[in-house]
Ligand binder design. Structure first.
Ligand code: TTP
Ligand code: MG
Ligand code: MG
Length: 365
């Protein structure tokens, strides 16, 4: 049985969330900017909607340049924590469509708007069923989050990832093992996932223009130019071969939230409400993934922008907000007794994450 892997990427994600929040933006060019705060439009474009792309606006370009390309466009400041909360909910939906994971990890989030799902068991290796599952996922995200995404389905991660960008926005592209060469080979080598500008340029200098050229190229020459592991990888990738498994973020993963206080302060009573909110957000994320934690870290940034962190490792896994808040307040107390500069921002982070097992521990109460 062939593996079936699904890759999903949200369409113009940050700008799409802004459009959803403000229907007046519909039909307009929308540009989300990472503003440096120095002057009105100093900073770079985070992303923009497809209308803005028609004017040549792209991620990474200076906002001032985007403004020249389309002076009528609406420019909005990036709201990262908000998009992250939307992303968390989407990832929760996606996770529920992945295989049960008895044969290893079956879900892998690779960026704020992208994830891989192993759906081999769920579809029995049937690519038609996989297409239907893809449509169902799109439907649920559309209904619950009012957002569109693009999906790629293939026999491995490499092909699924490349397929999801084949029809954007709002597309589903299925590349079954039989379609592999037709899909892959006409593409320019620069489109192969994992090839950077430098490798693409070198290949072009060697006369390798399409992925088919690469697939037919002498592997010895590839190895002598790029080294053994990179050379063989190029040869395999061009043939659509990729055996890499999905990898759920490992135990080193941490979940955290950080925010700015209403005013710079050393007063516990002013800091507690924000800690309460941050702890609530962290627990909400843990709940959605049924995770418990064992390490709590408090981050504090003072009015001179100096950052401090303090961690505590507990003797048990816990998962309640009460437990998290208790430990966080304790760490804050220690911190305040040692520091005199007012705090500007505080953050709450947890680590040592594990799947919850049964009931809460005594510690949670
Ligand atoms: P992408 O998935 O690369 O782009 P996108 O979702 O905006 O558009 P597309 O429809 O082509 O997928 O990135 C996801 C988000 O990550 C994007 O909405 C904003 C952010 N981002 C940046 O902040 N800077 C960048 O340079 C890029 C590429 C993305
Ligand atoms: Mg995207
Ligand atoms: Mg993306």
């Amino acid at each position: 049985m062939h593996r079936v892997i699904l890759h999903i990427d949200m369409d113009y994600f940050f700008a799409a969330v802004e459009e959803r929040e403000n229907p007046e933006l519909r039909g307009k060019a929308v540009v989300v900017c990472m503003l440096s705060g120095r002057s009105e439009l100093s900073g770079s474009v985070s992303t923009c909607n497809y209308i803005a792309r028609e004017f040549g606006i792209r991620s990474g370009m200076p906002c001032s340049r985007a403004k020249k390309l389309n002076p009528e466009a609406v420019f909005l400041p990036v709201r990262k924590p908000f998009y992250t909360s939307v992303s968390d909910r989407i990832m929760g939906i996606l996770r529920s469509y992945a295989d049960p994971g008895e044969n290893g990890d079956s879900f892998e989030q690779i960026s704020v708007d992208e994830a891989f799902l192993e759906i081999t068991d769920r579809t029995g290796g049937d690519f038609n069923l996989a297409f239907e599952l893809g449509m169902k996922i799109k439907g649920e995200i559309k209904e619950k989050e009012k957002l569109t995404c693009s999906i790629g389905i293939g026999p491995n991660k490499l092909i699924a990832k490349m397929a999801s960008s084949a029809k954007k926005p709002d597309g589903v592209t299925v590349v079954s093992p039989q379609d592999l060469d037709n899909f892959l080979w006409p593409l320019n080598v620069s489109k192969l996932w994992g090839i950077g500008d430098v490798t693409a340029r070198k290949l072009q200098e060697m006369g390798v223009i399409t992925i088919k050229d690469l697939a037919n190229h002498d592997v010895i020459e590839l190895i002598s130019t790029f080294g053994r592991s990179r050379g063989t990888w190029l040869k395999h990738a061009a043939a659509g071969i990729d055996d890499t498994l999905l990898k759920e973020r490992d135990g080193s993963e941490q979940i955290g939230r950080i925010a700015t206080l209403p005013e710079d302060t050393l007063d516990k009573e002013l800091i507690f409400p924000l800690l309460d909110k941050l702890a609530g957000d962290v627990i909400e994320k843990l709940d959605s993934r049924e995770l418990s934690f064992r390490v709590v870290t408090l981050t504090a940034i003072n009015s001179n922008f100096k950052m401090y962190t303090k961690s505590r490792t507990l003797s048990h896994q816990v998962s309640s907000k009460g437990a998290l808040l208790g430990v966080t307040r304790e760490i804050l107390g220690e911190f305040l007794s040692e520091n005199r500069t007012k705090l500007r921002r505080v953050g709450v982070r947890v680590g040592g994450l594990q799947k919850r097992k049964g009931q809460k521990s005594l510690f949670d109460y």
